[in-house]
Design a protein around this ligand. Structure first.
Ligand SMILES: C[S@@+](CC[C@H](N)C(=O)[O-])C[C@H]1O[C@@H](n2cnc3c(N)ncnc32)[C@H](O)[C@@H]1O
Length: 248
């Protein structure tokens, strides 16, 4: 493997560990339970990162999967996995605020994208671009920072789920935070929490219908309901779905 591939491997492996800590497992369970059956479907994943969800969507039966991300490193890592274990996924480096229409997709996903919009106008552009890639009757699902999170929980007790979120600046149209992924090796990245109504409002202004906050789903595992109770009440994430009308 070339040296640059090694570098992407390190980034990618560190990143994907966050999908298997408890909060990552609950994120997966909540998102996947909100999606329709993917068998035979065309799926676009925007802000695909390492390609974790695009690979999962193929494994769940999707016929055509396209991933896009604005980061050279993330796209390079996703492509390096595709080169190693081909699933027929294509990746493009594109900024979601400038995303063109790549096709008519039955399902469009954007996991941890919308919080990164630079301002409310960019949020509306991103939402419009996600909507523009949906086939009539298609479904959009987004994972965003939970607008209703309990801020007594996220910086502290939420650590039992492998993750802590600490406010790093003032709330303007969004609130800057540092997300700390605990465990070995620990790492942190910047994110932004937006107030209630920001994300669902943008999806509605993009012309989508049935904008719905999906119920949080926690894994049914041997850690039991008591372990998961705090996350179920105040997850760090929220999943919204919306639909492009069939006759638009
Ligand atoms: C927290 S990661 C999540 C990656 C992936 N969705 C996942 O859940 O594994 C956020 C991703 O959003 C991408 N991103 C941030 N701003 C973006 C933009 N304007 N357009 C496209 N991708 C963006 C980053 O490069 C990064 O890969």
């Amino acid at each position: 493997m070339a040296e640059s591939d090694d570098q992407y491997d390190v980034i990618g492996k560190a990143y994907e560990r966050a999908k298997f800590i408890p909060t990552g497992l609950a994120e997966q369970a909540t998102l996947l339970s909100a999606l329709p059956d993917l068998s035979g479907k065309a799926v676009l994943d925007v802000a695909c990162g390492t390609g974790f969800y695009p690979r999962k969507f193929v494994d769940l039966g999707a016929a055509r999967v396209v991933g896009v991300d604005s980061s050279h490193e993330m796209v390079a890592y996703a492509r390096s996995v595709e080169a190693r274990e081909s699933r027929g996924i294509t990746y493009h480096r594109v900024d979601a605020a400038e995303l063109p229409v790549l096709g008519e997709f039955d399902v469009v996903t954007a996991v941890w994208l919308l919080g990164y919009a630079d301002d409310p106008a960019a949020l509306d552009r991103m939402a419009g671009n996600l909507a523009g890639n949906l086939a009539p009757g298609g479904i959009l699902a987004v994972v965003v920072p939970n607008p209703d999170a309990d801020w007594d929980v996220l910086p502290g007790d939420y650590g039992r789920y492998g993750y802590q979120v600490v406010q790093t600046g003032e709330l303007t149209f969004r609130m800057p935070v540092s997300v700390r992924v605990l465990g070995k090796p620990p790492f942190a990245f910047d994110s932004f929490f937006w107030p209630a109504g920001a994300f669902d409002g943008a999806l509605e202004r993009a012309g989508l219908t049935t904008v719905t906050r999906q119920p949080t789903v926690v894994p049914d595992d041997d850690r039991g309901a008591e372990f998961w109770a705090t996350l179920a009440r105040s997850p760090s994430f929220a999943v919204f779905t919306a639909e492009r009308a069939a006759d638009r």
